[in-house]
Write a protein that binds this ligand. Sequence first.
Ligand SMILES: [Zn+2]
Length: 356
Amino acid sequence: MDDTTRLLKDLTEAHGIPGYESPVREVTRRYLEGLGELSQDKLGSLICCKEGTAPAPRVMLAGHLDEIGFMVKQITDEGFLRFLPLGGWFDQVLLGQRVIVKSRLGDVVGVIGVKPPHLLSADERKKVVEKKDMYIDIGATSRQEVEEAGVRPGDPVIPRADFAVMANGKSYLSKAFDDRVGVAIAIAALRNLQGCEHPNTVFAAATVMEEVGLRGATTSARVINPDVGIVLEADIAGDVPGVKAEESNVKLGKGPTILLYDSRMIPNLKLRDLVMDIAAELGIPVQLSTIEGGATDGAAIHLTNAGVPTVVIGVPARHIHSHSSILHRDDFDHAVQLVTHLITRLDADTVAGLTQ
Ligand SMILES: [Zn+2]
């Protein structure tokens, strides 16, 4: 396992749902140590400042720390946990999945369950089960056993899944590539910048609570006061059965994506074109993407102060917002190369030109 694979494994296996990012923040902090000056905003976003040859422009990189998860809502008399979602879950990927409840006494393993199919009528069996009818089973036989395990309403619940390198050696399987891949790109780009000059100051933000409304991006952008924003995200790969070409052309292994549109941001067009020109110069394959039903930290960052020219660079991932997403190593490496070169090109004149 090389350094990059280890980085992606460590980041994706770390626990961190909206409002409970401390475990993944500590892993990220360990990787950022020595790459720049570390600070934190008051919601918990981690900021690493790496000075180049000029104090400005101030370049903000953003990848979000949080993954989607759940919170314990109620405990039933029989010893089951009712839960609420933190972030956008598709009900059909939940049943039978393992979770970890972070109780005050430690980690408690559980599984998401529903009434057994053997006890359902033929009609009931055809219906989609909704989250509100599911529960978390920690193996308890009474409310008292749940309480003895230290589980209380409000406890965070984390998807449980491990990292694996897949058969072709290039595809990686793990939870939380959305958006630990963005955090990993920022770390790798900062490593590259240790050995080269850049005409600006870089602020890499590992933001909190993106999945519940871009909250950490809002506060960290106020702290950073950026002149330009580069959002690093997991994008949606459309190369799975059932997706039509007109819905998505994005494929695993065919290059990082440049987001042309999402529901809450249109990128700065000059910055978008600069990214495409740099990719063409370097021979980096890129794919163009549009997300009509979603947004990124860019939505918050580009509305900071009088406005911030912002672009989103993505790594395609299959099955995001589930326990098991897949991305391709080549796309990751190309994204790091692209972001590193982009940063070295963002001098004062270029950034001023983006909004003239
Ligand atoms: Zn995301």
